[in-house]
Design a protein around this ligand. Sequence first.
Ligand SMILES: [Mg+2]
Length: 310
Amino acid sequence: MEKINPMKNITHKVDLELREKIQKIKHVALDMDGTIYKGSTLFPFTIPFLNRLRQAGINYSFLTNNPSKSTEDYLKRLREMGISATKEEMYTSAQATIAYIKNNHPEVKRLFLLGTPSMVMEFEAAGFVSVADSAEDRPDMVVVGFDTSLVYSRLCRASWWVQQGLPYIATNPDKVCPTDQPTVLVDCGSICASIEQATGRKPDVVIGKPDPRMLDGILERYHLHPSEVAMVGDRLYTDIRMAQNAKTLGVLVLTGEATLEDIVTTGIEPDVVAHNIETFGDMLIDEREISRDTGRRDAKSCVSTMRQQK
Ligand SMILES: [Mg+2]
């Protein structure tokens, strides 16, 4: 078996096939924590990186598995860090779940939601009805999210509907949400594990990274082919695994969780390993300029060939 050399792509000597892949990129999907900021501290190179992308005509989205905050909440957080982003540039697993339900279960309108008030509002704004905690108020589907406002009776009611065989979807697979506080933030995957213990059922579908459906809404929104998207993140088993599943370019940055050693131990190999988004930005812009110059040269030689033929 060929040995993985994690240092291979960290140099600027990228191979031809990879360079062609990078030259095709029209959109950069950015993981948030560990990629554009760490905890509550924005990386100093984030805003210059975003400005460079904008100047080069490359769109970007901010992507998060965490559905506990609404798009508005995230935009406010980004604004406080100095990033002015639009609603269209923000994409959470709640939005991906809404897109999935609308595309695959258009008949579903009434949901039993296990989620924060922000998440419930997001589903209601998308046209769904959030049913009450009552055996008489039968939903069409159960949706479980990272419910930081979890109420025991609602967990029991969700389990009841799951036991009745209703379609059952989870917004994200994360077992815990990272925190620097002295606590464990029990995430959606662990709430689903509790329902599974009680009912014997796992969710029918789990959206959120590494599920490639997390990117479907972005592909639709910007009319993109997966080969035109770079997924940039700091985790191999979510960000890079999703890039592989969705057949986009997978870019690992070393500013968060994963290390070069992790690539060897997990066997999850990104297309590109960059120290941070700034170095990836350099690579992206350089390759676009090379591609544009080559295009100009080819066009010139084409014109001169046509002249010679006349
Ligand atoms: Mg991250």
